[in-house]
Design a protein around this ligand. Sequence first.
Ligand code: IMP
Length: 499
Amino acid sequence: MAEYLQEVSRTFNEFLFLPNLTKKDCILSNVNMKTPLVKFRKGESSAIELNTPFVSSIMQSVSNDTLAIALAKMGGVSFIFGSQPIENQVEMVKAVKGFKAGFVESGSNLSVNDTLKDVLAKKREFGFSTMGVTEDGTSTGKLLGIVTGRDYRVDYDASTKKVEDFMVPFAKLITATIGISLREANDIIWENKLNCLPVIDKNQNLQYLVFRKDYDGHKENPFAALDSDKRLIVGGGINTRDYKERVPALLDAGVDVLCVDSSDGHSEWQKETIEYVKQQFGEKVFVGGGNIVDKEGFAYMVSAGADFVKVGVGGGSICITREQKGIGRGQASSLIEVAKARDEHYEKTGVYIPLCSDGGITRDYQMALALAMGADFLMMGRYFARFDESPTEKLMFEGSYVKEYWGEGSNRARNWERYDMGDEEQGLKFEEGVDSFVPYAGKLKDNLEVTIAKIKSTMCSCGSLSLSELRSKARLVLLSSASIVEGGAHDVAVKKVGS
Ligand code: IMP
């Protein structure tokens, strides 16, 4: 006979915090959200710690290099999607690891034979007015000059005028050589009243541009997720099919942490994959496993050697797994049970396995709930898909800007490896995800700052200055449907913006 659990499957939406005493030192600037990413022993600390407890989903429509850079600057980590050829994923990882605050790869470039018309076209296309002029017109070709908006007059100069005739030629440029620090580069910029300093290698090939306006860039990101060489931290998604080729390639590219991407992690294929990574590359290579929803799944991931465990099946905003297969569990119930198992495991063995709550967050306060229920960090797709830095198109839809967001199990992504059941016949047999739009929300940094302020406020109301304090002090209550109505604006006519 089938086993029936007594407990109802619950979601974040059904819970609320009760406020605790807020002491005078409980202010936003005193709250620390530092959190471990990978397992560690009692008395030690995690080899990777995040200042912001967020990671972005292993999805085509979410985690590319651009989003990874923006998120790592803010203290979180992206897991670059694995449902792409290995060499493309490797390029994205390299782009994040190669990113140097303030050192910008020249986004649009010219060759000497281009004309003013080409300059104006590139300016329109890329939005930059400073362009490198290189021998082959690429961003790393031999530097021959620079064109800025001050080198031509649109109404006066002929559109056929050659770049060669109005660029600032190399002989007149002040340049720096690769290896220079941002501080040194800025000293040169200030001493010479420059707007832009080209950085070249020993063969005069263009490497970066440093702009005056980026001077404060590194100070703006005091919480950035950095490795021991001060490079941004980045993760990579892997699957249970091509890991023997993908993992070494990602490690060569400098990836900091891996995660097996699977809709159902409680499987022998997943165990084999994690064990392979650990046996082949040792304990210093970190790999997370999942997704699971109960203590049995957690124990299985731990026995495989997972460095963190991802919790959640069927709760993602684009997910239709529960409708298609009838498999899953409310995200709150999953997290509460798995967190208990994690704490018992820690008690028994002295090894702490961080938990990642994956999917289903629709409001900022639910992030605080997930953290209070035992998640060490949160994986989100919809949240990040809305920002400028996500890889998808920004479109106008029914009068508002939106961005595209599609599930890995949709026909659009066709990431069959994520839903692999080990069959010889490969491919997606039916969809487990949808293709959708999400409201466009602007820059990641602007949004994250507000979200972080909200979570810190919740923590202060709960009298907590750290995530571990939140976990131990939080008092949570289940909501009736009537109290959910009471929680929103009610019995008033809400004014629309602009009215
Ligand atoms: P969201 O933050 O609620 O949008 O959920 C994102 C999470 O949904 C991801 O991190 C994945 O775990 C999961 N996911 C991604 N694509 C699919 C899909 O096509 N079907 C089901 N779940 C998905």
